[in-house]
Design a protein around this ligand. Structure first.
Ligand SMILES: NC(=O)C1=CN([C@@H]2O[C@H](COP(=O)(O)OP(=O)(O)OC[C@H]3O[C@@H](n4cnc5c(N)ncnc54)[C@H](OP(=O)(O)O)[C@@H]3O)[C@@H](O)[C@H]2O)C=CC1
Ligand SMILES: C[C@H](CCC(=O)NCCS(=O)(=O)O)[C@H]1CC[C@H]2[C@@H]3C(=O)C[C@@H]4C[C@H](O)CC[C@]4(C)[C@H]3CC[C@]12C
Length: 276
């Protein structure tokens, strides 16, 4: 049932007039997704904490051709925000076609400091709020036979060093949304769930966090954003981007996990990792 409901080819016109929520849209990959969707003439509801940045992104989206664009600012560690965002979608659009869950709270690229409070807060922002947003969106998505897109990371499939709290939140997303996908299929509910497994992308925050430790060249955020939208529209189960490096890492992890772990450790400039 799930398989046959997916379109074969991507066409940017598929987004025209669609009602899309993008979280974490004030910068990085989320901002780029907003610009692509605006060009494709979608209706947009954007969220993040920083109102001034959201205002600028909304202005640019309207210039690029968005059918409409608005924002709600607030922190996703607040339990009331997910409901508020979905209420806004219902009141302004009367429905929803795509929910793109992309925001993340701040966490360093360093040895685990023992700060359990940080892990609890990051789980609230990076995981629990995704569950709350998807739960509040499901009635509208069932109605429209829409899509949930969950932006995750290779760090949510393979745990490398220096990302313990972050990695935990991304593994949790896989567990929850892969189980939920199964239940939707059993219940013949035509709402797709796409889990996006991303490698290193050249957003300001990621480059600032890791470029002194990881010598790899990051992949472009603009292309990454387009691939996420495409995978969501095509109702793919998972996106692996960039395909070659993420695919190789996943394959090696499944056949020789200890070898991969040692390759990852030896490719880092460990002397540059700061201890907090
Ligand atoms: N860049 C990379 O290398 C990789 C990124 N990813 C994933 O891609 C996604 C986007 O990452 P990227 O673009 O790099 O991240 P950015 O740091 O550029 O953007 C994060 C977004 O989340 C918002 N945000 C931060 N804290 C909160 C909060 N407490 N509540 C609500 N919103 C918040 C930020 O806006 P504001 O500060 O205004 O709230 C911003 O809009 C994430 O899910 C990440 O895990 C996965 C693998 C690699
Ligand atoms: C570079 C990491 C992956 C390990 C590796 O050796 N890469 C080579 C192959 S790859 O290019 O395909 O990855 C990065 C993979 C995921 C990254 C992290 C991430 O998921 C986003 C976090 C966002 C936050 O703002 C700070 C940076 C991140 C911890 C980021 C760091 C780099 C990765 C671990």
């Amino acid at each position: 049932f799930y398989f046959y409901s997916a379109p074969e080819n991507f066409n940017e016109e598929m987004l025209r007039g669609k009602r899309v929520i993008v979280t974490g849209a004030s910068s990085g990959i989320g901002e780029q997704m907003a610009y692509h969707l605006a060009r494709m003439e979608a209706h947009l509801l954007l969220t993040a904490r920083t109102e001034a940045k959201l205002q600028k992104v909304v202005e640019r989206c309207l210039e690029l051709g968005a059918a409409s664009a608005r924002y709600i600012s607030g922190s996703m560690d607040s339990p009331s925000l997910p409901e508020q965002v979905l209420r806004e979608a219902e009141n302004t659009w009367g429905g929803l076609d795509m929910l793109i869950l992309n925001h993340i709270g701040q966490s360093g690229f360093t040895y685990f400091s023992g700060d359990v409070g940080h892990v609890r807060k990051l789980l609230e922002t990076n995981f629990v709020s995704y569950v709350a947003l998807a739960t509040a969106a499901l009635p509208m998505l069932k109605e429209s036979e829409g899509s949930i897109v969950v932006v995750s990371s290779i760090a949510g499939k393979i745990a490398g060093p220096f990302t313990a709290p972050y990695s935990a939140t991304k593994f949790a997303l896989d567990g929850f949304f892969s189980s939920l996908r199964q239940e939707l299929i059993i219940d013949k509910v035509n709402v797709s769930i796409t889990l996006c497994i991303l490698g290193y992308i050249n957003t300001e925050s990621a480059v600032r966090a890791v470029s002194h430790v990881i010598p790899d060249t990051p992949a472009p955020k603009e292309e990454c954003a387009l691939e996420i939208i495409r995978a969501g529209v095509l109702r793919r189960r998972e996106l692996h981007y960039p395909g070659s490096s993420v695919g190789t890492m996943l394959l090696l992890h499944s056949i020789a996990p200890e070898l991969l772990d040692s390759i990852v450790r030896s490719s880092y400039r460990l002397e540059n990792v700061q201890r907090t």
